[in-house]
Write a protein that binds this ligand. Structure first.
Ligand SMILES: Cc1cc2nc3c(=O)[nH]c(=O)nc-3n(C[C@H](O)[C@H](O)[C@H](O)COP(=O)(O)O)c2cc1C
Length: 438
């Protein structure tokens, strides 16, 4: 497998204060700053300076499992579109990817919100299309249990069709702004969509003209067979959690095969696995920093927060005992692929529950490297060149600390090796990603 993109792409997976669940406890993080926009602005400034493609904002539509909010973020932070809009106003080139759920958010409202973000940012928006795996989310929307996993994707298919139809319900040149004649839009250039489907009825048209990049970028991270089918048919930026190079290559091969089968070109998609890391001036220093960071993890926090994935409240089990047997991924309606990763870690590494929690606290099922900037750059290069990745969703343990280290230590190495841009070539997210205008 050879690489399909000339240079690699970088997005920041921007959890509040970093990927490490306990990052907020570190003395370097200002108190009461999870809801302080300046923290997010600083992160955006760092990555825009480093020429990242995008800032990614996740969303689960829930405060999490019972009581895990006691132990810290992601609660007490912003929902994606307010944050994305604020970031759009203080950045110039950086892409902004915000999450919205087709299971719980109406497509008419999603179409408006995502397109508004695209206009606010002048063509830098992406939509992370999720079907929502958490049983905690379900209970915020009047249901006791999940809709069946594959049916959520059927709803997503229809929702996406509506969203794109609304985006396209204005012709490119619809706005004439004819002051003399008093004609704002050309007759016939804005049309109802008259959608009558299985799940939705939407008349349209949309309320907004097209954006500078034509249409927002479609982002998705399905990992099940049905999820990959959706990604292959519709997604342009594809996120995934892969722990090894081999599984990364296998996933990318499978997705690219499905993309071709769906009649699209391999270059129409950008595959971006998550990449968790701790960087130090030497490998030894990186390991020392990692050990110190992991010390701050409260196992109850992480075990509570993954309850919806592992379908067990692991807080009920002794921390120094083994990880209890986790359910078979195929038997759950939630996050099957992440459960499979956790189950594999628990079963092959024979960790105590405490060490399992520490392991998951920052890595969360993604590939992780602890080491010098050279080592980290080598690893990114090897994933890129072996075809496992067209880029990475960068997951610093701490923001801004470890993020700044990545931007200042790792990015320059990638640039020197010709693997990453020194300047933005375009102004839109589509241009950064090398994606065609639809
Ligand atoms: C990097 C990454 C980011 C994700 N972000 C979100 C998110 O913000 N909200 C969400 O509900 N799910 C998120 N997911 C989960 C996926 O949308 C999807 O539910 C999951 O990968 C399971 O796929 P499947 O339903 O095909 O099994 C994310 C997954 C990955 C790998």
């Amino acid at each position: 497998m050879t690489r399909t993109h000339r240079q690699l792409h970088l997005a920041l997976f921007a959890l509040p204060h970093g990927q490490l669940a306990s990052a907020w406890r570190l003395p370097e993080i200002p108190a009461d700053s999870t809801n302080d926009f300046r923290e997010y602005h600083e992160a955006a400034r760092i990555i825009e300076q480093a020429r990242f493609d995008a800032f990614f904002i996740a969303d689960k539509l829930t405060a999490g499992a019972d009581g895990s909010w006691q132990y810290g973020p992601p609660v007490d932070a912003f929902e994606p579109f307010s944050l994305g809009g604020a970031l759009a106003a203080v950045t110039e080139r950086l892409g902004i990817v915000a999450t919205a759920s087709t299971t719980f958010q109406h497509p008419y409202l999603i179409a408006r919100q995502v397109l508004a973000l695209d206009h606010l940012s002048r063509g830098r928006a992406g939509w992370n299309i999720v079907t929502s795996y958490s049983a905690d989310t379900v209970r915020n929307f009047g249901l006791d249990d999940h809709l069946p996993h594959d049916e959520r994707y059927e709803i997503a298919e229809e929702a996406l069709q509506i969203v794109r139809a609304l985006w396209r319900s204005w012709d490119e040149d619809a706005v004439t702004w004819d002051r003399e004649a008093g004609v704002y839009t050309r007759p016939g250039s804005v049309r109802p969509i008259d959608h009558h489907g299985r799940y939705f009825q939407v008349a349209g048209p949309g309320e907004f003209r097209r954006s500078v990049q034509g249409e927002p970028v479609r982002v998705q991270a399905g990992s099940s067979g049905r999820g990959m089918a959706f990604a292959a048919a519709h997604a342009e930026m594809i996120f995934t959690a892969q722990t090894t190079l081999e599984s990364g290559v296998a996933f990318a091969d499978e997705i690219r095969g499905r993309v071709r089968a769906a009649g699209r070109a391999e270059t129409d998609v950008v595959i971006m696995p998550g990449f968790s890391y701790v960087v130090g001036s030497t490998d030894e220093e990186a390991h020392r920093i990692n050990a110190e960071l992991i010390e701050t993890v409260q196992p109850e926090h992480i075990l509570g927060s993954i309850r919806d994935v592992v379908q067990l409240d692991l807080r009920d089990y002794p921390l120094d005992g083994p990880v209890p047997t986790l359910p078979d991924p195929e038997t759950v309606q939630g996050h099957q692929s992440r459960l499979a990763v956790y189950k594999r870690i628990a079963e092959t590494e024979k960790l105590t529950l405490r060490d399992f929690a520490r392991r998951v606290a920052a890595q969360r099922g993604h590939h992780q490297v602890v080491g010098s900037a050279e080592r980290i750059a080598d690893e990114l290069q090897s994933w890129f060149e072996s075809g496992a990745a067209d880029g990475f969703n960068v997951m610093p343990h701490t923001i801004p600390g470890q993020l700044r280290e990545f931007a200042e230590q790792v990015v320059p190495i990638l640039q020197r090796r010709g693997l990453f841009r020194r300047e933005y070539a375009g102004t839109t997210l589509r241009e950064h990603l090398g994606l065609a205008r639809p």
